[in-house]
Design a protein around this ligand. Structure first.
Ligand SMILES: [Zn+2]
Length: 173
């Protein structure tokens, strides 16, 4: 069990495009995912991307049921490696989002409310599946991290500048 420090925006790794995973069935990849899970549940959060703990690889995990009231409360996270959206719906939803790397900031983001995703698991096996609702939103939020984006990038430049200033002063000075 290893809980890693979660980077705060705009720390370096969070603004970079992460590299694809090319080596599967690898102990270091397994360890990375386990560390990400330990870190996510400790935070606590419902999703975490590798760049958030300083690893610039296209790996993310989510457990959207974990904290919901209908959820089981048990830990059952999903691993997404080299994820790629094959399709996004034209219909959108506004969802209030927050991020472990943007502490104490929340705001509504408009995103497609259904997606088709292709991804790989820890063994390199390829999957394709459709997702909708909160799961679809969570996936888009997490995979933005793999492209060096965070949810406040959807805010106005003025609002974003104010948030970055506040984060730098509070967490990075
Ligand atoms: Zn995030």
């Amino acid at each position: 069990m290893s809980i890693k420090r979660i980077l705060v925006y705009p720390e370096d790794c969070l603004t970079k495009v992460a590299k694809p995973v090319t080596v599967f069935e690898d102990p270091s990849l397994k360890t990375l995912v386990q560390d990400m899970a330990d870190t996510m549940y400790d935070a606590p959060g419902v999703g975490l991307a590798a760049p958030q703990i300083g690893v610039s690889l296209r790996v993310a995990i989510t457990d959207v049921d974990w904290r919901s009231e209908e959820g089981s409360g048990s830990r059952d996270y999903k691993v997404w490696i080299n994820p790629e959206f094959l399709w996004k719906s034209e219909t959108t939803d506004f969802t209030e989002e927050g991020c472990l790397s943007v502490p104490d900031i929340y705001g509504e983001v408009e995103r497609p409310n259904a997606v088709r995703l292709r991804w790989q698991d820890l063994t390199g096996k390829v999957f394709e599946e459709d997702f909708e609702g909160f799961q679809a939103v969570a996936l888009q939020h997490e995979f933005d991290h793999l492209d060096g984006k965070v949810f406040i990038d959807y805010f106005s430049p003025l609002k974003r500048r104010m948030i970055v200033k506040r984060l730098k002063k509070k967490y990075l000075s």
